[in-house]
Design a protein around this ligand. Sequence first.
Ligand code: GLU
Length: 511
Amino acid sequence: MENRKVRLRFAPSPTGPLHIGGVRSALYNYLFAKKHGGDFILRIEDTDQNRYVEGAEAYIVKSLAWCGIHPDEGPGIGGEYTPYRQSERKELGVYQKYADQLVASGNAYYAFDTAEELDAMRKKLEIAKASIQQYSHATRGEMKNSLSLPEEEWKQKIANGEPFVVRLKVPAGEEIRFTDVIRGEVVFNSDVVDDKVLLKSDGMPTYHLAHIVDDVLMDITHAVRGEEWLPSAPSHILIYRYLGWEDKMPQYAHLPLLLKPDGNGKLSKRDGDRLGFSVFPLEWKDPSSGEISSGYRETGYFPEAVVNMLALLGWNMEGEKEIFSMEELIANFSFEHVHKAGAKFNPEKAKWFNEQYLKEKPDAELAELLKPILLKTFNDKEFKDEFVVEVCRMMKDRVTFVSEIATKGSFFFVSPNYTAENLAKISKTITEEAINAILDVIGRDITDAANLEASLKEVATAQNLKIGEFMKFLRISIVGELSGPGVPDLILLLGANEAKSRVGECWKLMN
Ligand code: GLU
């Protein structure tokens, strides 16, 4: 293992949009590969034709690209081990010979049971409360397979073209051990391991056989996958052993689950719908129902923020640091710091990450992102570039998404909508005389915010008004509510005419 080039693969099945848990698996694979100067491979595991979803592969490719996770090899990219789609590899006969080899060595067998027969077996086991309720050493003798039937009979079945699958023959009463990179030594008793199907009746390999053949043929050094695969690991260990590939076996690392915000089970799309957050990197339109699910990109997240957030869901470095660029993640990543326990997804923390990245973006870059949003929001009204840049500077630490600069900061672009509720917050002590004095100060075109503020406060003093009440009036008249950046800064940016008109309008509505 020491001398081999580090090679990791992300091997999704195109059965739907890539969930953020999948993105995290891809990311950890990528980080480890890049940290060790290795290769990151995208392999499409599309052997389950019944679950194939149109557009899912393209979605996966686009999502990884958006996140900045770039495969070195894969479908459409090429590489020494082309093709990287298992359906195409099956056509080339990549898997069949290994299934044959397992049968020939007595470690796998043909099984002819129909769906009804399998169902009946499961029901019987359920009623008997059997310790293993699947096809296994305990049941195979009563089923229709090449171990239970006389040789002529099963050979005849094959000759007659009866459908059959190839199953792994798992021995009874054995301890199966392996070392998981994250979990350490893992031990299973083979009595609870079922005889998994390796090759289906349509000649397609199952995941169990296909991933092993491909991991070996593609020279994969580390197989990093979700914890849901841990119960299948003993079957996989046996397949390696029976194919004589123990020395080629990659190191397995089973990643902790991504959990619901309350920690109660695996994070699902339904949680996102219920609690109002996305579980997909990009928007996804279900090809059969037409239903649209929101994506992080469309919500307004920066890919760097999503990557940073996902990296820290299950991995962390010692210390307080939470903001990591992709380069820093690569430099620091290790499986030693990946947790064994599931990681709770926290939608508020996701927003926090976006806020941190937004704050750090140059104003001009934010302005470029904001401009098309402004056109849409304000019916093609034009704003000067310098003005938009300045708005971004003033708003960037007050919003979670760029689009909120247009909504929360709408007062920069159109006059505020003075609600009765906000008008009611203004003190009745403000007089017409005070308004005229304010208009006079604004009209002096003072260009320095501190000077403008001092002059406005002088008005308050001269008019015997409490500073707090006075500033509240000014804020509501300029912004429409009691929030936003400093009022003198706003007056300077909006210009004297606009500011005066707002003060006048607000006063009018108060009376
Ligand atoms: N095709 C499997 C899945 O989508 C891959 C698991 C693995 O990485 O080995 O879950």
